[in-house]
Write a protein that binds this ligand. Structure first.
Ligand SMILES: CC/C=C\C/C=C\C/C=C\C/C=C\CCC(=O)SCCNC(=O)CCNC(=O)[C@H](O)C(C)(C)COP(=O)(O)OP(=O)(O)OC[C@H]1O[C@@H](n2cnc3c(N)ncnc32)[C@H](O)[C@@H]1OP(=O)(O)O
Ligand SMILES: Cc1cc2nc3c(=O)[nH]c(=O)nc-3n(C[C@H](O)[C@H](O)[C@H](O)COP(=O)(O)OP(=O)(O)OC[C@H]3O[C@@H](n4cnc5c(N)ncnc54)[C@H](O)[C@@H]3O)c2cc1C
Length: 664
């Protein structure tokens, strides 16, 4: 039935102020107002329709994306939208496009690695989209190992130019989004060579295509790398291949904030650490953590609403069957994901603060927090994207068979999301970076250097090696200090065990390779501790609205105790808790799930997603699932005709032949 809210009875159960929770989720009343206005603007404009994506061929799909990108810019200019509004509008268009890399990496790379003069020259061009840029780092043969890149950038003092060259097939740039068909420019990473000396990897602004006819400039070979996972999905993006044949660029197109080459060809390093060349990756990893909460919350919203609509078994005395959301197994799979979405939101907020703080310090030549920023962005990017990818797939299963339909929105969400586990740093490679940071922290403990930031707990390592949890009854696990104590002890003990084992190797690098599985686990334990502790910190703030803080406390406990239960082996084998305490945590979880149950629909409504953004029949706000699924099926192009193409050509003769054979 059109216009009827089939989930109204669920909405009436909510024991908290949903509007106040919307503000907490958005970050502020202002952020909520902007995102609400931008999402409705996109949803109400038919030009941003996206329900037909899975049916389009690659060329049509891509053209459609270009149309939307150009139209979005036109609307941004017509409506005089601020940078904040424009960025929200683009995110609600919800289609991977060259603009993501232009705004998300090209512009930040120039901002972070360019000199004042370079910013003055290039930023206005990029901001007005008079040029379109991408981030060309990865090569066919080298992605994770950035130091292994092969592209050469050789200074020619005779002409005051750099000569960019792809010496081998494996040095071909491979993957950059926006590169394949659209970008006019790129920030290209290659090995800087002056006077025969290799100075390692640096970034350069390179024009790729003519601004007149869009043809590749001389010496440049460029194209798309081909179809990727899933129909529609990430195929709206032109990930590209690029080769240089002795392409010349002026010297002033080297991004020179970290180091520069003089007119005479002298390589000069500034006082800025060379790792700042990797700064754009730190920035993007930080944004990816907040985006994880968005992607996971979308999937959870769909699965929660559908779980309240879907009924199976249990019809007694003329009553309807049971809502599947009432099954404890459904709750135990769904509610930890709901809690994770909120947890990632808050850790993302904190990471944004950390990043801004590091940037402010860098301006004042204070580089002390850079290693912490690298470890936190790398680790949390890894943890949240892996959990979100797995979570989206779990939400698909939570929706049973209908979750497998494209009209559930979940297959495309998964296909678009899952490469986040790989891009911007493979998740295992990034956890190994965190492990290095942890091992370094432990090795410096003896020198009296006090660990700060997220590794501050290592300063209490002796106490944490001895500590025992004092939980005696299930409710004791609701105490934040009980939870923090257990997570800190587990993380510290896992790291210390690794450090002890590493010390047995005469060659530390060999030891690191040999113990890498244990190191990854230690890094994961450390990152989970960060998420738990930042959720607890969030709850120390003043959070207005009836029942809002109480429900967030419930979600925080679910996030922590779910992971304690999932990694019980860790907590028991490190002796942080007893098996009795582990089973009390599980008892407490059951009670927490019951507290979420009446509030589940309210908690996903607080994400404030439009039906356009969710793009899911199962997740519709009004819960009117079955009639809409039925209607949607008939829209499939296969149902345009009663008899499909190919039937007369292949199946009719086959049937006839089989019938003839039977008669013989
Ligand atoms: C709708 C969406 C809208 C907007 C979204 C916005 C944005 C974009 C959208 C989507 C993104 C799409 C696509 C993604 C694009 C990409 O994938 S770009 C390519 C990304 N590539 C990688 O991430 C490569 C991964 N590899 C690395 O980062 C590094 O090489 C490494 C971390 C593995 C390091 O390897 P090593 O060889 O050990 O390092 P090293 O170079 O020798 O340096 C060692 C020391 O440097 C420290 N360090 C390393 N990285 C950093 C860093 N980033 N910052 C600070 N410090 C760093 C490291 O800790 C070592 O320190 P020591 O003190 O121990 O010496
Ligand atoms: C959709 C998408 C978009 C992308 N966009 C861009 C872009 O815009 N610009 C750009 O420059 N790049 C881009 N990339 C490239 C991306 O950044 C790399 O693919 C990523 O960094 C992973 O590197 P790789 O492909 O070399 O993986 P590999 O390093 O080859 O990984 C293969 C396997 O080896 C393992 N492995 C590698 N090293 C180690 C190690 N030291 N220890 C243990 N295990 C290891 C990994 O865990 C993984 O299982 C994109 C990639 C994708 C998929």
């Amino acid at each position: 039935m059109e216009g009827v809210d089939h989930l109204a009875f669920e909405r009436n159960k909510a024991q908290f102020d949903v509007d106040a929770m919307k503000i907490v989720w958005a970050g502020s009343s202002h952020a909520l107002e902007v995102s609400d206005r931008m999402s409705r603007l996109v949803a109400s404009d038919p030009a941003f329709r996206k329900d037909n994506r899975a049916m389009l061929g690659r060329k049509e799909l891509f053209k459609n994306t270009l149309r939307k990108a150009a139209y979005a810019l036109k609307r941004i200019i017509e409506l005089r939208l601020s940078e904040e509004e424009a960025s929200m509008l683009r995110s609600f268009v919800d289609e991977p496009a060259f603009t993501d890399l232009h705004w998300g990496m090209f512009v930040p790379a120039i901002k972070g690695q360019g000199t004042e003069e370079q910013l003055k020259k290039w930023l206005p061009l990029a901001q007005k989209m008079q040029i379109i840029g991408c981030y060309a780092q990865t090569e066919l043969g080298h992605g994770s190992n950035v130091q292994g890149l092969e592209t050469t950038v050789t200074f020619d003092p005779k002409t005051d130019e750099f000569v960019i060259h792809s010496p081998t097939l494996t040095s071909s740039k491979w993957w950059p989004g926006g590169l394949g068909k659209i970008s006019t420019h790129a920030v290209v990473y290659g090995r800087l060579i002056t006077d025969g000396q290799d100075h390692g990897v640096h970034g350069f602004i390179v024009q790729l295509r003519s601004l007149d006819d869009h043809l590749p400039l001389p010496g440049i070979t460029v194209g798309d790398i081909g179809m990727k996972f899933g129909n529609g999905a990430y195929n709206t993006m032109d990930n590209g291949v690029l080769r240089f044949d002795h392409v010349r660029i002026p010297r002033d197109q080297m991004l020179m904030r970290v180091s520069r080459v003089t007119r005479e060809g002298k390589y000069v390093q500034s006082n800025v650490p060379r790792q700042l060349v990797y700064g754009t990756m730190v920035y993007v990893r930080q944004t990816i953590v907040s985006d994880a909460s968005t992607a996971l919350s979308r999937a959870v919203c769909i699965a929660t609403r559908y779980s309240a609509v879907r009924r199976q078994f249990g019809a007694t005395g003329g009553n309807p069957e049971s809502q599947v959301i009432d099954y404890k197994t459904q709750q135990a799979r769904l509610f930890p994901l709901l809690a994770s979405a909120y947890a990632f939101r808050f850790v993302g907020e904190w990471l944004k603060w950390l990043y801004t703080d590091v940037m402010t310090r860098l301006q004042a030549n204070d580089f002390s927090t850079l290693p912490e920023a690298h470890a936190c962005t790398a680790g949390l990017k890894s943890l949240t994207t892996s959990a979100t990818s797995d979570g989206i797939e779990e939400c698909r299963k939570l929706c049973g068979g209908h979750g497998y339909l494209c009209s559930s929105g979940l297959p495309e969400l998964f296909a678009v999301y899952v490469p986040t586990c790989t891009y911007e740093g493979d998740n295992i490679v990034l956890l190994l970076q965190v492990a290095r940071h942890l091992m370094k922290t432990i090795s410096q403990l003896g020198s009296g250097k006090k660990p700060v930031g997220t590794v501050a707990y290592m300063g209490r390592v002796e106490q944490l090696m001895e500590s025992r949890s004092d939980v005696q009854k299930a409710e004791d696990w609701l105490n934040p200090s009980a939870v923090l104590g257990a997570f800190e002890a587990r993380a510290a003990r896992k790291s210390v065990a690794c450090a002890k084992n590493l010390s047995k190797f005469s060659n530390p690098e060999e030891g690191f390779l040999e113990l890498s599985n244990d190191l990854v686990e230690a890094a994961r334990a450390h990152c989970q501790l960060i998420v738990v502790s930042k959720f607890i910190d969030k709850l120390q703030q003043d959070i207005p609205g009836k029942g809002v803080k109480q429900l967030l406390e419930v979600l925080c406990s679910i996030y922590a105790l779910f992971h304690l239960h999932k990694h019980l082996g860790d907590f028991l084998s490190t002796g942080c808790i007893t098996s009795k305490q582990g089973s009390l945590a599980n008892d407490q979880l059951r009670s927490l799930y019951s507290q979420v149950r009446p509030n589940a629909i309210g908690l996903v409504d607080a994400f404030n997603y439009t039906d356009h953004y969710l793009s899911s029949i199962l997740g519709r706000y009004d819960g009117n699932v079955y009639p809409k699924l039925y209607e949607e099926a008939w829209k499939d192009p296969l149902n345009d005709s009663v008899i499909p193409d190919g039937f007369q050509e292949y199946i009719r003769p086959m049937l006839k032949q089989q019938l003839r054979n039977a008669r013989l």
